[in-house]
Structure formats: C-alpha cells, structure tokens
Design a protein around this ligand. Structure first.
Ligand SMILES: [Fe+2]
Ligand SMILES: [Fe+2]
Length: 452
C-alpha cells in the first residue's frame, strides 16, 4: 500500500510549481504539506501549518473544515466550497476551495488535497463595479439635468429617468423615439449631426413639447469611451433664465429707445438715422460672420449711437448753415457723452464702447480718443461705415441728401484711411447685390463705383 510519505517528493515538487495555494492533509486531518503560495496567502510559514489541524489554525471555523473533510474522505471525489478567510491583520480573502480525496493504488483514502482559487481581486472588482454603478445611478437620478448616452449616429443607448422633468416623457418613450433629433426642435442644432472630430459641444437650443410649450435648453455633449464610442449628453432646462433675460433685454431696449426718441425730438434730421444705420450695420455684421448675440449688441449700439447729442444745444443741432469751430467742437462731444450715459448700464455687450468709438478712424485721426483701427472693436468699425454712408445720403440741416452715388464715393475715399477696408468692401458688395435696402435713400441706382 502506498502512503503519503512515499509520494512526498513528487507532491512537494508539484506544490512548489503550483501558482495557487494548496495543502495536503492526512486521514487524521493533520496538515502534512503546504506550498509557498498558501503560506503567502495566509501570511504564515510552512512550519506554522504542517503538523497542525484546522482547529489549531482556525479555532472559530475548524468544525466546518472537519465536517466537510470527513464527508469527502467517506465519499471520495472532488468538492468545492466558497471560501471567506479573515487572516488576522489582513484584508479578507474571497475565493473557492477545492478539496480532492487522495487515494493510493488500491483506492484506499490516504488524505486530502486542498487547492484555493483566490478570487479576492475579482470579487473586489465586481464589488467596486456594483458600487460604482450604484453611485452613477444615484448621481444621474439626483441631478435635475436630463442625462443620456448617444451612439455615433445620434441614437439613444441610455436615457436617465429625469428626462421626464424636461421633456414630459418617460424613458421608454424617449428610447422609442430614437434620438435627440426627435426631441429637440430647433433647426441646425449641431447635436442633430454629431461632429465627426468628436469635439465636445455646448449649444443652446429649444424643444416644443406635446402641450405646445417651448422649453429653452442648454445641451452639452461630451465624447466618452465606455467599451464603445458614445456621447454623454446633459440637457438643462434654462427656460426661466432665458425668459428673465429676454424680459430684461426687452425693457433695456425700450428704455434706450425712449432715450433715443428724446434725441430725435430735438434733432429732427436724426429721425430714422439711427434705425437706418442699424439696418445697414446688421447686414454688414451678418455678412462678416458675427453670431446672433454679437449682432444684437451691434443693433443696440447702432440705434443709440448718437444718444450723446442730448447734450448738444438744439440751435446747433438744427442750424441750417455751416457750423463754427466751437459749435463743431460741441457736436464732437457726443460720442463721449453717449459713453457716459451708457457705461453704467449692465448690457451683455460693449454697447457704450461701440458708441464711444463710432467716430474713431483707422488712422487715428478720429475722435474722441484718436484710437487706431487695431484698438477698435469690429462692431465699432462696422458702425462707422454704416454711419458715414447714411449720413452722406440723408438730409442734413445744412444740405439735402447727397444720394447713394456720393455716399459710395465717400466710402471709397475713406476706405483704408478712415474706414476699415474689409468692412467697406462688404458694404459695397451688399449694395451691389441689392442685399440691403434702406428706406429714405435718394439714389435708386448704384454708382459707377459699384460697376467697377
Ligand atoms: Fe455720431
Ligand atoms: Fe450717426
């Protein structure tokens, strides 16, 4: 009969090669062998294991080992058990323990082989994943923004329940609709066609809900990699903020328009001037690529640009003949006075600065500060061109309107020295292509200059 002792050499060799922790017990359930991996796992040495029993090593848990060992010695074969070890002073070990009955050549039991599969890392990773998923779910559900994931084609792959707070629909309906394009109404929304370069996108747009109400939205799309390429989209309802800002903007514009009406009552020749300048400046600004927000600022500055004339005596404003030098000096105060009137109003655009700069020139010969072109806002340079053209072509107290031909001639003369050449070129092109029509202009036909 073969005994454990006769096969010791072979088994120790096997043990030494085994990467997983393993031990051997004899039929008396005394440990006879323990490999290095087991010692490392338990933080102990071979001498502290061999010659002892489970009761010696683990007094609180020994009966479980003894019971299962005895059953396996009786039945034979292989059994596996969930393992949950708590080595003193060390992190708990989670895994599986395989017990295999060892028989000799005559099928007589000679002991047990135990092999531990340490799954602590896997268990911790799974635990971490569960915690992480729970945390993400709680975060997603606790914020008021609607959160969703899109694939590269803009189709939903995930929609958080809080989508209902903004769009008034549930997750299932959102998923059934397919993608953001089916929820967001505004045309040209960049999220309808996600950028191929996978750059983050932040955009303001709107949605019309089933009840016909309009919701103003702030959308943010960020490319992420979560096994597959996705877009993380958060959608914030900013309706109240936008409506409040619009109300404020509207009352601001009404106040400014009331101030302008005061100027126009004192200077009848200015009636309509600022509005016509605004129309032309907007057309130029739009052609030059200013976005809608900057255009709004340009429009407001245009319709108030001569507000500083409230400070000029009516006799000077309405004087039919040529102005004396002192009178002209008073007229020239109007950009600075306009700046002083507007500078403390909290516009979301540099309106006061545009007003102050509308008589500045590219070569620094303008007023009030003598700034040069590179110091001027683009909006100010646009305003200057529109102002010059309108002033030449409209009636003044001291002369009738000189017509579009003369206006264009003046633009050509001032192009590059006083006026920004790029702005002048855009203005000429708009007129050449009949893309601007300004009521009250006296010349119906463009000048020779435009035919060149
Ligand atoms: Fe002016
Ligand atoms: Fe003006």
């Amino acid at each position: 009969m073969q005994t454990i002792a006769t096969t010791t050499l072979e088994r120790r060799t096997v043990f030494d090669m085994l990467p997983m922790p393993a031990y051997i017990k004899n039929v008396d359930l005394v440990y006879t062998h323990a490999n290095d991996a087991l010692c490392t796992l338990l933080g102990t040495s071979v001498d502290e294991i061999v010659g002892r029993t489970a009761a010696d090593l683990n007094p609180t848990d020994w009966s479980w080992h003894e019971d299962t060992d005895r059953r396996l010695l009786a039945s034979g074969g292989v059994a596996s058990y969930e393992l949950n070890l708590h080595p003193p002073g060390r992190e708990p070990i989670r895994g599986e323990l395989f017990k295999i009955r060892l028989d000799d050549a005559d099928s007589v039991p000679v002991g047990l082989l135990g092999v531990v599969i340490d799954r602590t890392q896997q268990f911790n990773a799974e635990q971490h994943l569960v915690e992480s998923q729970t945390l993400h779910r709680l975060v997603v559900e606790s914020i008021s923004d609607a959160v969703m994931l899109l694939d590269g084609a803009g189709r939903f792959t995930f929609v958080a329940p809080n989508i209902g707070a903004i769009f008034g629909i549930g997750v299932d309906e959102a998923m059934a609709r397919g993608g953001l394009a089916e929820l967001v109404s505004c045309e040209g929304c960049p999220l309808h066609d996600l950028p191929r370069d996978r750059e983050s996108v932040n955009v303001e747009c709107f949605a019309i809900l089933a009840d016909g109400s309009r919701r103003e939205l702030l959308l943010s799309a960020k490319p992420i990699e979560i096994g597959a390429s996705r877009w993380l989209v958060t959608c914030r309802d900013v309706t109240e903020r936008v409506e409040a800002a619009n109300r404020l903007k509207s009352s601001m514009i009404k106040t400014v328009q009331a101030l302008c009406a005061t100027v126009e009552r004192r200077d009848p020749y200015v009636v309509g001037h600022q509005d016509r300048v605004a129309d032309l400046a907007l057309a130029i600004g739009r052609r030059m690529g200013l976005d809608e927000n900057r255009l709004e600022g340009l429009r407001l500055a245009s319709i108030v640009h001569d507000i500083g004339k409230v400070n000029v005596p009516t006799e000077i404003l309405n004087k039919p003949g040529r102005l004396s030098a002192p009178e002209f000096a008073i007229i020239k105060t109007h950009p600075e006075v306009g700046y002083e009137i507007l500078k403390d109003i909290d516009f979301p655009w540099p309106v006061a600065r545009m007003v102050r700069e509308h008589h500045e020139t590219m070569d620094g010969s303008g007023y009030p500060l003598g700034l040069t072109g590179d110091q001027l806002l683009l909006e100010s340079r646009i305003l200057s061109v529109a102002d010059v053209l309108e002033a030449v072509t409209s009636h003044r107290p001291y002369r009738p309107g000189l017509g579009l031909d003369k206006g264009l001639e003046v633009l050509a003369e001032m192009r590059g020295t006083k006026l920004d050449p790029a702005v002048v070129d855009v203005c000429l092109d708009l007129i050449r292509n009949r893309e601007v029509t300004v009521p009250g202009w006296t010349s119906a036909e463009p000048a020779e200059l435009l035919r060149a």
